[in-house]
Design a protein around this ligand. Sequence first.
Ligand code: ATP
Length: 275
Amino acid sequence: GGADIQPLQVDETISFDDIGGLSEYIDALKEMVFFPLLYPDFFASYNITPPRGVLLCGPPGTGKTLIARALACAASKAGQKVSFYMRKGADVLSKWVGEAERQLKLLFEEAQRNQPSIIFFDEIDGLAPVRSSKQEQIHNSIVSTLLALMDGLDSRGQVVLIGATNRVDAIDGALRRPGRFDREFNFPLPGLEARAEILDIHTRKWKQPPSKELKMELAASCVGYCGADLKALCTEAAIRAFREKYPQVYTSDDKFLIDVESVTVEKYHFLEAMT
Ligand code: ATP
């Protein structure tokens, strides 16, 4: 029904400061997504066509969803309401025949009515996989519908699509032609500096955040960790510190006062959490 095409209420506020190591991507996405949505007249009067869709590619947990949500949050802060619609590729598919196409049409209508809008398709490879000759009639039809809907949007850029995927090769080539998802960003795994920044982001609200030296040292030993891994590491270290301070909570009596302030996360908690 209509109920599931309401824009996502972005409850938690994500700012660009909450994103580590991706500043070039943030700047580029602001220019390509955010500015055209907020200042369509500028783009029109300079005869610049903003992209219809951008594709965020890269391994899981590298901040693709985070950046998309930060863009929507930033718009609200700037006093402009940008509607943010989020869909997972496979969720669109899990409908009856024809139902996915209908939902897509409704989604686009709704996004246009409430423009400026961002439509975010997470795991878009699940929605629009490479079309094969024989099987997957259903996918064919969904991809065709999506293409037609994208082509039908007017060129002033008031509805922008952001697609995210771990496997760019698994996306139907027709979706990557000019006028569709024609800009691609390859999100890397974070490097040393970026890892330190991400560790900082996920510990900065702690009572006693780890020192700069410790963050650098940890970052150096976390080669191959993505942003989500680093966040999990911080959570795990904090839980270990808590468990050590209050072992009772994990055994028998939990009817006593816990003094959260007295829990400090030490280096060895991180190191143990890593193994
Ligand atoms: P997926 O492909 O699994 O959807 P994704 O790239 O969309 O991955 P996110 O959902 O953005 O990843 O990341 C998961 C969580 O990991 C985020 O909510 C955030 O807490 C943390 N995280 C990931 N990347 C970063 C980053 N660059 N800076 C800070 N936190 C990050």
